[in-house]
Design a protein around this ligand. Structure first.
Ligand SMILES: Cc1ncc(COP(=O)(O)O)c(C=O)c1O
Length: 367
C-alpha cells in the first residue's frame, strides 16, 4: 500500500483552474468562430519578427538552450538600464514567483497580498508551507486602489514578502510614485517587495510608478515582467525579474538550468527589438478602450477605467449568468465571481471587430 504522506499544506492548495480549450467550449456550446476576451492576451497574434527568429532556431532543437540566456539577458539589462546580474529569466513570470517563494519562504513565514490578487501568489507561497495574508482592496468609492497602509499594518516579524500588482489584475488600477515611496520607506528591510508589472507597458498615467527605479535602492525590491501581454508571446512562456544581485544569485541557485527554452529565447529577443509591434499593440489596446468606454457609456453600464488591457464591468446581475449567455454568443469573457465580485465581468480588449462583437453580444444578453 502507498504510504506516502502528502503534506497538509499541499493538500490544502486550491489548484489554478485553467480555462477549457476554445475548441472544447465551441463543441460543448455548439458554436463556431468564438472570440476569447478572457485571459488578457494580445489580440494581434505574435510579432512576425519573433516567428521568423523562432523558425530559424528550430533547426537547432537537438541542442540544449543557452542556460544563461546570454543575449536575451543582456538586451533586457540594456533596455531596463540595469546590469545583467540584476536579471533572472523564467518560464513565464509565474516561474519567477515560484523561484522567489522557493528561495525565501519556509513553513512559519508569511507573505502579504491583496484580496483578490493573481492566484499564483497564494499557490506558490502556500506550497512552501508559508502562509498567505490577505488585505482587501479599498472599496469602490476609491475605485479599488490597493490599500498600502492596510498592507503595512499586516507586517510582522514573520513577514518575508509583499506582493503588489501594478497595474493591478483584475481592477486595472495603478500605484502612484509618491504613494509607493511613502509605503516603501515604512517597509522593514527584511521584507522583499515584489512588484508584478505584467501589464505595465499599457499604463499611460504619468504618475504610475516603475519598479525598476527602486531595484538598486536601500530596500529589497523585485520587479516581475513578462512577454505574455504587450509582446504577444504568452504561449512561449518567457518572463523575467529585475532584482538586487544577491537575490538574483539566490534565484539562479534554485532555478532549473534550462528554464527558458531556445525557441522562447529567440522569440523574446526578436520581440524586444520590434518597436513597431509594441507600438501597434498599444494603439490597438488604447483605441479599443476608447471605443468600448464610449459604447458602454451609451448603453448606461458602470465600468472601471483601466491602465491595462482588460477592465471590469458591473453588469448588475449574476456575472456567471452573463458569462454563460455571452458564451452562447461565442464571446468568452471572465466572470469575477471567484474573485469576490459576483456581478462583475472582466473583459480583455480585442481587435476592433472583436470589440464590436462583444458590445453587440452584451447588449443582446442584458436586454
Ligand atoms: C498579474 C499577473 N502576473 C503574472 C501573470 C503571468 O504571466 P506569465 O505569462 O509571464 O507567467 C499574469 C497572467 O495573466 C498576471 O495577470
Amino acid at each position: 500500500m502507498n504510504k506516502v504522506k502528502t503534506p497538509d499544506y499541499i493538500l490544502k492548495l486550491k489548484p489554478y483552474k485553467p480555462g477549457k480549450p476554445i475548441e472544447e467550449l465551441e463543441r460543448e456550446y455548439g458554436i463556431t468562430d468564438s472570440i476569447k476576451l478572457a485571459s488578457n492576451e494580445n489580440p494581434l497574434g505574435p510579432p512576425q519578427s519573433a516567428v521568423s527568429a523562432m523558425t530559424k532556431v528550430l533547426m537547432d532543437s537537438h541542442r540544449y538552450p543557452d542556460g544563461s540566456a546570454f543575449h536575451l539577458t543582456r538586451k533586457i539589462a540594456e533596455i531596463q538600464g540595469v546590469e545583467p546580474g540584476n536579471i533572472v529569466l523564467g518560464n513565464g513570470s509565474d516561474d519567477i514567483i515560484g523561484l522567489l517563494t522557493r528561495a525565501y519562504l519556509a513553513p512559519g513565514d508569511e507573505a502579504i497580498m491583496t484580496l483578490p490578487s493573481f492566484l499564483m501568489y497564494e499557490i506558490m507561497v502556500n506550497s512552501t508551507g508559508a502562509a498567505s495574508v490577505f488585505v482587501p482592496l479599498a472599496d469602490g468609492t476609491r475605485a479599488f486602489d490597493i490599500d498600502l497602509d492596510a498592507m503595512l499594518e499586516k507586517i510582522t516579524e514573520k513577514t518575508r514578502m509583499i506582493f503588489l500588482t501594478n497595474p493591478n489584475n483584475p481592477t486595472g488600477t495603478v500605484i502612484r510614485k509618491n504613494t509607493f515611496e511613502a509605503f516603501l520607506s515604512k517597509v522593514p528591510a527584511h521584507v522583499i517587495t515584489v512588484l508584478d508589472e505584467a501589464y505595465i507597458e499599457f499604463a499611460t498615467d504619468p504618475e504610475c510608478m516603475m519598479g525598476r527605479d527602486y531595484v538598486n535602492g536601500e530596500k529589497p525590491v523585485v520587479v516581475l515582467r513578462t512577454f505574455s501581454k504587450a509582446y504577444g508571446l504568452a504561449g512561449l512562456r518567457v518572463g523575467y525579474g529585475i532584482m538586487p544581485e544577491d537575490i538574483a544569485l539566490a534565484l539562479h541557485k534554485v532555478r532549473m538550468p534550462f528554464n527558458v527554452n531556445s525557441v522562447a529565447q529567440a522569440g523574446a529577443l526578436a520581440a524586444l527589438s520590434d518597436e513597431g509591434y509594441l507600438k501597434q499593440s498599444l494603439e490597438v489596446i488604447h483605441g479599443g478602450l476608447s471605443y468600448l468606454y464610449g459604447e458602454l457609456d451609451r448603453m448606461g453600464f458602470t465600468y472601471y477605467r483601466t491602465q491595462s488591457n482588460f477592465f471590469l464591468i458591473d453588469v448588475k446581475r449574476s456575472a456567471d449568468q452573463v458569462f454563460e449567455l455571452l458564451l452562447r454568443e461565442g464571446v468568452i469573457v471572465r466572470s469575477m465571481t471567484s474573485y469576490g465580485y459576483p456581478e462583475f465581468i472582466r473583459v480583455t480588449v480585442g481587435l476592433p471587430e472583436e470589440n464590436r462583437r462583444f458590445i453587440k453580444a452584451l447588449a443582446k444578453v442584458t436586454a
